[in-house]
Design a protein around this ligand. Structure first.
Ligand code: URA
Length: 208
């Protein structure tokens, strides 16, 4: 059951224009990445489980629903960090795990150098965050790690993807739905999404 959602919404489109613009400064870039993450969350969480509860309003009793399943956000270091705040503001009960991967210079395959997850992650909905779905190798490896730890429900949320990254992730993990704000033309020879937005980590953290 492959699922790819490229969410189109005027607010997302407007903020996409901001982050694609090479003249946008890191402060505005960071804010927009975080806000796009929040706007995507509306669609990503549409099927979250809820349970019935009763709440006393100033006038009487109201039938309400509250979230019933824990959520864990897993940003992939380092660009994934840029998406955390916007989503965490909307799901303040979510716990946060972190994954760091490096690419082997020869095989180009990703390897883990850091992984720290909250207790109970196995029974949570885990949302992986990484703004750029380039080769798909990093996100796919992160899904491997989570599945090895017994996680059953995983979603991936990014900002810009390309057909190569989508195909790889869907081939390796067809059960993981993909949510993006834009699907670009292709991956270029040096592993950047075209036209994309450049190096997302560098633009978030001002490292170039
Ligand atoms: N990572 C980035 O930051 N940008 C790309 O275009 C691809 C991978």
């Amino acid at each position: 059951m492959k699922k790819l959602v490229v969410m189109s919404h005027p607010l997302i489109d407007h903020k996409m224009a901001k982050i694609r613009d090479k003249n946008t400064h890191p402060k505005e870039f960071r804010e927009s990445v975080s806000e796009i993450g929040a706007l995507l969350t509306y669609e990503v969480t549409r099927d979250l489980e809820t349970e019935a509860t009763t709440v006393e309003t100033p006038l009487g009793l109201a039938d309400c629903k509250v979230l019933s399943k824990p959520v864990v956000l897993v940003p992939i270091l380092r660009a994934g960090l840029g998406m955390v705040d916007g989503i965490h503001n909307l799901i303040p009960t979510a716990k946060i795990g972190h994954v760091g991967l490096y690419r082997d210079e020869e095989t180009l395959e990703p390897h883990i150098y850091y992984a720290k997850f909250p207790v109970g992650i196995k029974d949570s909905l885990v949302i992986i965050l990484d703004p750029m779905l380039a080769t798909g190798g990093t996100v796919s490896k992160t899904v491997d790690i989570l599945k090895e730890r017994g996680v059953k429900k995983i979603k991936y949320v990014g900002i810009v993807g390309c057909p190569e990254g989508v195909s790889r992730l869907q081939k390796d993990h067809p059960d993981v739905p993909i949510y993006l704000a834009a699907l670009d033309s292709h991956l270029n020879d040096i592993g950047y999404i075209y036209p994309g937005l450049g190096d997302c980590g560098d633009r978030l953290f001002g490292t170039k």
